[in-house]
Design a protein around this ligand. Structure first.
Ligand SMILES: [Zn+2]
Length: 308
């Protein structure tokens, strides 16, 4: 077996240094192997530096990208804060509107109920103003929970308000119905010549009790029903002459006497303001007039209490 012995590299570079003023020339011998080592080291150093530089650039780029993302997030957050602020202002404004509606509702209830059942107002069920701080202003804190609470409050208030308005509507309809069947208008135009109650007899035979009022006018003046109802009498009736009697329900009826002509028949439904007869001078009468009577459960009451 042949063993090959590697010879050390004996080659070398020679550096000659020539001084300026005639001194001896210095020779520096550097073994080539050292030069190789030095070149290798330099190469490694360059590779390391390039690597470090690339790594630095990469890190800087990543940092910049993260910074840009944060900036976008910050802007988004700012936009959301503005939206929340706007939402808070809108809901606060709606709450204010609802408070005004509550007051209006309570006011209408007092009018409808003539102040006597104002305690039935539902306005008190809604939380009073000032519970939440969702008001305007650049320094106000706009908390999403406050906005949520206000919205929930508004939803509840709308529900309560709807129920209240439905009750008001029904109350008004009931009132309208009652008003329609309550004698509240004059049966004809003219001059009141005799009032309700005790009076000197127009026929000169002492005093008598007058169960209605007399309204004088010329023959043929229209006589109208003073409330919705049903005609229960329309005929000649002794001293009343040509007489109409209308029942309005709830025990209330009205009587119109001394007419010249009757326009309705028994069983007919009539509306408030509908012409039912023409003024005349029939029956026990000293001149053309309408004798108007209101009876409650058969007893004559003063019509003046029903007239505006
Ligand atoms: Zn009379």
């Amino acid at each position: 077996m042949i063993k090959k012995e590697s010879k050390p590299d004996r080659r070398e570079y020679t550096l000659m240094i020539v001084p300026h003023q005639g001194q001896a020339v210095r020779r520096i011998r550097i073994p080539i192997v050292k030069v190789k080592y030095a070149v290798s080291f330099l190469c490694l150093l360059i590779v390391f530096m390039i690597g470090s530089f690339i790594n630095y650039r990469y890190t800087v780029n990543v940092a910049n990208a993260e910074k840009a993302e944060l900036e976008i997030l910050r802007q988004d957050n700012g936009a959301q804060s503005k939206e929340l602020e706007q939402l808070a202002k809108t809901t606060a404004s709606l709450k204010s509107d609802m408070d005004r509606l509550n007051s209006l509702d309570a006011e209408i209830r007092r009018i409808v109920n003539n102040e006597d059942t104002a305690t039935t107002s539902r306005a008190g069920l809604v939380r009073p103003s000032g519970t939440y701080n969702g008001q305007g202003g650049p320094n106000a804190q706009f908390d999403i929970n406050n906005v949520k609470n206000t919205v929930q409050d508004l939803q509840a208030a709308v529900s309560v308000r709807e129920q209240s308005l439905l009750e008001l509507k029904q109350a008004l309809l009931d009132k309208q119905s009652r008003l329609a069947v309550t004698p509240s208008i004059w049966p004809t135009s003219g001059e009141v010549t005799s009032r309700f109650g005790w009076r000197n007899s127009p026929f000169g035979n002492g005093g008598d009790y007058h169960p209605g009022i007399d309204i004088a006018n010329s023959v043929g003046t229209p006589i109208v029903a003073t409330a919705d109802g049903e005609v229960v009498q329309s005929e000649w009736y002794g001293g009343y002459g040509n007489m109409v009697q209308i029942s309005h329900g709830n025990g209330i009826s009205t009587i119109y006497g001394h007419n010249s002509r009757l326009l309705v028949h028994v069983g007919q439904s009539v509306k408030k303001g509908q012409v039912i007869a023409y003024l005349g001078n029939t029956g026990a009468s000293t001149g053309p007039h309408c004798h108007y009577e209101i009876r409650i459960n058969g007893t004559a009451v003063n019509p003046a209490n029903f007239l505006n």
